[in-house]
Write a protein that binds this ligand. Structure first.
Ligand code: SF4
Ligand code: SF4
Length: 282
């Protein structure tokens, strides 16, 4: 929602919304609640609307009309009707390489004028909202995910997954028998690769249920759309551990073999991560 770090402190002390030239987030603006939320689908949609917005006269009537047009042309068939996808999310920065707010005073063409008051949430909410990850993620996880994210698409999908990321770090700590400082393994040979596999696991998770809602995350505290517990009836048993992680990954298992493979994949991953930490400590 926000494009720059103001002088006032942010909750948790680390600014999450804008990170670098190509890493940023607009998940709370509804970015991923789109009929096609694949990387290419979102990139195409945002590039198109950013291009159109660049040619728009900056006045209230044109901007409101632009929002209406985007809604009718791009925002049909969203997975969640009541999760607003703001039509003013666009691509920003010198080469339009990251997501951000087209109405922000620093966005191209706005000449310092803040147009966010014309949005669904209103200017105050857009300026002041901080998602639960600001409070719930540790500084260690925030730093590592910002370091490892390759682009806005994967960063915004994962930085809002506080429960999932916290649970995965706990699993690494269980295997280590000690608290983990992920930052310490970023400069070890295997550390970054293993940590990337852990932290961005959700994106290519093969056991995600196929209703199109698993990638997008409704993390607001009103809990309008909650993640349901996994139904293990088809697998014939509950997993040994990992129940929270499987639920946060919106998993579904058609057979006991599938559940076994998923458990094994997580076990190997967390052991590799624990080994990377141990090697760094030697
Ligand atoms: S107007 Fe508000 S909700 Fe829309 S993109 Fe900008 S910050 Fe997000
Ligand atoms: S979801 Fe959180 S990190 Fe992402 S833009 Fe909103 S407040 Fe910032």
């Amino acid at each position: 929602m926000k494009q720059e770090l103001t002088e006032s402190p942010v909750p948790g002390g680390i600014y999450l919304c804008q990170v670098s030239e190509d890493v940023s987030c607009a998940a709370c603006c509804g970015l991923y609640n789109a009929a096609d939320c694949s990387p290419t689908g979102l990139q195409k949609m945002l590039a198109d609307r950013s291009e159109r917005f660049a040619r728009l006269s900056r006045n209230a009537e044109s901007i409101v009309d632009f929002g209406r047009q985007v809604k009718s042309s791009q925002l049909q068939n969203r997975p969640w009707d009541d999760f607003h996808h703001c039509p003013f999310i666009g691509l920003i920065g010198e080469n339009r390489q990251r997501v951000g707010c087209l109405l922000h005073p620093l966005a191209a063409g706005n000449m310092g004028v803040d147009y966010r008051g014309l949005s669904h949430y209103g200017g105050m909410a857009c300026r002041q909202y901080f998602c639960p990850s600001y409070r719930d993620l540790t500084a260690d996880i925030k730093t590592v995910i910002q370091h490892l994210a390759a682009n806005w698409y994967e960063y915004g999908l994962m930085v809002t997954e506080a429960v999932l990321l916290g649970s995965m770090v706990s699993e690494i700590e269980k295997r280590l028998g000690a608290p983990v400082h992920l930052r310490d393994v970023l400069d070890s040979p295997a550390g970054p690769r293993v940590l990337r596999e852990v932290m961005f696991l959700k994106i290519d998770w093969p056991y995600r249920q196929g209703d199109g809602k698993g990638l997008c995350h409704y993390f607001f505290t009103d809990r309008r759309y909650v993640r349901e517990p996994v139904d293990y009836a088809a697998a014939g048993r509950h997993p040994v551990g990992f129940e929270t992680i499987f639920a946060e990954l919106t998993s579904g298992f058609r057979t006991s073999d599938e559940l076994h493979c998923a458990e094994r994949r997580l076990e190997i991953l967390f052991r590799q991560a624990a080994d990377a930490v141990r090697c760094r400590s030697l």
